[in-house]
Design a protein around this ligand. Sequence first.
Ligand code: ZN
Length: 293
Amino acid sequence: MVRLDDNNKIEWFCHRKSRAGIQTGLDEAFFTSEHFESERRFGAFYDNLYFDSLPALFQHLGIIDNYRASHLTVPIPYMSEKKIAGAIQQFLKNAAVYRNSALDDAALQSFLEASHNVQFIFDQDLGQHESSAILGKMRFSPPCIYISKELQDDDCRRRFTLAHEVGHFVLHSPLLKDYLDFSFDCENSLLFGRNHSSVINKQLEIQANIFASQLLLPEHSLRRDLDEYLDQRQICRKGRLYVDSQLHNRERAWSFLSLMNTKYRVSKEAIQYRLENLKLLEFDPNYDRLHRF
Ligand SMILES: [Zn+2]
């Protein structure tokens, strides 16, 4: 038996193979609202057993031997940058996780431990995936964030990986915790540098990178820093940096990136990406971008 909801989606399904007749009394009573909450998409009653998922039913019938949910089958809704910024704000509320505008990762960790029971593990080698070292890992339930011990001496990458994993926790664990035990990241899913962005094609990773970039480099602080920088040098550039073939323009942009790298403890590449994204840094279209600065 199949019932279609208002959106023409299957609300429940009951398969009664090789049974004559339907014991309507029992079934109708069984498929009442107390068993079928609105969010439940599937229900089947067979051999006097109730199944709440199609794989569970197919397994019982011997149609399939095994079933493992894959995150690829879970649709990840699109989130705009603005929505991600809103999610960060809502998540942090008034938690004091910044010191002098830079993210205080120890304070962030304490906040997550105290308010969301997230565990942190920093001293393990996380192994490899397709011959790349795993740098960060998230266990969804109970929540635990792993950062490879390989990153202990690489402050910028460690902080970015941590922020990226926190992004998975905040944005994705409500969606994925019922389907996935772990998610993990190698270099190619983390936005350490713009060069990697071409291989990042998963919505999940793009969102976690945007989250990390926004968390580590808050827009209002960066804008203020750039305004001060341009003011001090009496540069009128409409609040942005410009890179072209002129040496002084390139040096100016590079020196700002260096200052921000020290202040925020984020790689120059990630800062550059964020500045370009906020339209605070622009390249002359005729400038050979391969040489960057
Ligand atoms: Zn990731």
